[in-house]
Design a protein around this ligand. Structure first.
Ligand code: 5RP
Length: 227
């Protein structure tokens, strides 16, 4: 029986195999945030001379990549990326995701939007039939925390402030339980439209293109070119 750490290592290694054919001397790779991505960063580091560098979704990932000698580019310098690699807190079979457990959702959404393909790397505990068991992170401007919380409650959610947590954008996170997320893209739009919301951890309007899911029987690929 593989442990969760071994499952994460296997999916990180599979992600490196997936990424390598895309790498050229001028390639910039989009890199997400989280414990699975940390392992991916360590696994891609030996290949750092095969690509130009990375655009990062968090200070945490930037620091880890820089420690490996990977060039980290400001996103304003990057017009195009073939791939964005990131984890998720939940992913369904249509490759809609909940992200933001690590609080990096806004930068993740921005960096992902520049890439041609979102490659989601997860262990099988994250694959669900319906999103919503994991509380949905919503990043808010601090002065709007209370009004946004009331609006989220009126949509059926139960928002709780992530105590003592400040994002890389100097904002706060409301973790929202009890949503029944049957129409993820619709809910994402509704939440995005609340004044004071910076971004919402639903990635459904633009979900993943490919998911690499680490199981006890190996790494499965879902989405484009499923195998
Ligand atoms: C961070 C994220 C992460 O991708 C998500 O929380 C999964 O993290 P981990 O790989 O540690 O389980 O969205 O904001």
């Amino acid at each position: 029986m593989l442990t969760q750490a071994e499952l994460k290592q296997n999916v990180a290694d599979a992600a490196v195999e997936y990424v390598l054919p895309f790498l050229e001397s001028d390639t910039i790779l989009g890199v997400g945030t989280g414990s699975t991505v940390d392992i991916f960063i360590d696994a891609i580091a030996p290949y750092k001379d095969r690509f130009l560098g990375a655009a990062s979704s968090s200070e945490r990932s930037s620091a880890r990549m820089k420690a490996h000698g990977i060039n980290v580019f400001d996103l304003n310098q990057v017009a195009e990326m073939p791939l964005y690699v990131d984890g998720a807190d939940e992913i369904d079979h249509e490759l809609n995701m909940i992200k933001g457990g690590g609080g990096a959702l806004t930068r993740e959404k921005i960096v992902a939007s520049v890439a041609n393909q979102f490659v989601c790397i997860v262990d099988e505990s994250k694959l669900v039939d319906c999103l919503g068991k994991f509380p949905l992170p919503v990043e808010v401007i601090p002065m709007a925390r209370a009004v946004v919380a009331r609006r989220l409650a009126s949509l059926g959610g139960r928002p709780v402030l992530r105590d003592g947590f400040i994002t890389d954008n100097a904002c706060e996170i409301l973790d929202v339980s009890d949503f029944s997320i049957t129409k993820p893209a619709e809910l994402e739009s509704l939440i995005n439209d609340i004044p004071g919301v910076v971004s919402c951890g639903l990635f459904a309007i633009a979900g993943a293109d490919v998911a690499l899911v680490s199981t006890q029987d190996g790494v499965r690929r879902l989405g484009k070119a499923s195998s």
